[in-house]
Design a protein. Structure first.
Length: 215
């Protein structure tokens, strides 16, 4: 599959997409300041409050690989690794899954238990819950902590803009897309983005452990 670094999606008209574009600007402008602020989990009650920069402001309902409905806000209260791809991808997405598993292997058992991993499909036409589950089963993931999400096209585009992930369909069966793993704080803000396949996850793990630290 030919992956291109600068891919843009031509958005359909509609209020949700306009909201997503405005939301992405808020996320991008807020990121530098986040590096200098204390951990969002210094106080337990903070985990219950989503800020204006939080991904959890997006209210779309998704379907998991187990056929259950959920919203992103259902993940509130713990750190989340989130990426986007498609289950029938032959190159990049298997590498992304391997990278996610590699990150987990570097964590302690307690850290893994507190972590959620989210794979959002950019191909809702073909990625049924059963297809995503089959993709996950190849890697023997924990289905209680790994969530493969399928949604409508507006919800997918809205989230991709918020995460800074670009994609476009290249053939009837393939997509070109960014290879990004984003780390969300327990309140849903993007605190780190790992770009590329096979990237050393040391910086991501350092960022991940900050919200896991007890006050």
């Amino acid at each position: 599959m030919n992956l291109q670094p600068n891919l843009f999606v031509v958005p359909p008209s509609g209020g949700r997409i306009a909201l997503a574009l405005l939301f992405s600007l808020a996320v991008c402008t807020a990121l530098p300041a986040k590096e200098a602020t204390p951990s969002c989990c210094e106080h337990k009650e903070d985990a219950d409050a989503a800020t204006a920069e939080s991904i959890y402001q997006l209210d779309a309902t998704w379907t998991t690989q187990l056929g259950k409905p959920m919203t992103l806000a259902d993940l509130k209260g713990r750190p989340v690794l989130i990426t986007m791809g498609y289950a029938t991808c032959k190159f990049a997405c298997p590498r992304l899954a391997t990278d996610l598993l590699g990150i987990e292997k570097k964590l302690t058992a307690e850290e893994r238990a507190n972590l959620a991993v989210v794979f959002v499909s950019i191909d809702p036409e073909r990625d049924t819950p059963e297809q995503i589950k089959s993709f996950f089963d190849q890697y023997k993931v924990d289905h209680q902590r790994w969530f493969g999400l399928r949604g409508d096209e507006d919800a997918i585009l809205e989230l991709s803009v918020a995460l800074g992930i670009r994609y476009r369909k290249t053939t009837e069966t393939d997509f070109a897309h960014s290879n990004i793993i984003a780390l969300l704080s327990p309140t849903g803000e993007i605190v780190h983005r790992q770009e590329g396949l096979g990237t050393d996850p040391a910086d991501l793990i350092t960022a991940l452990r900050k919200p896991l630290e007890k006050p």
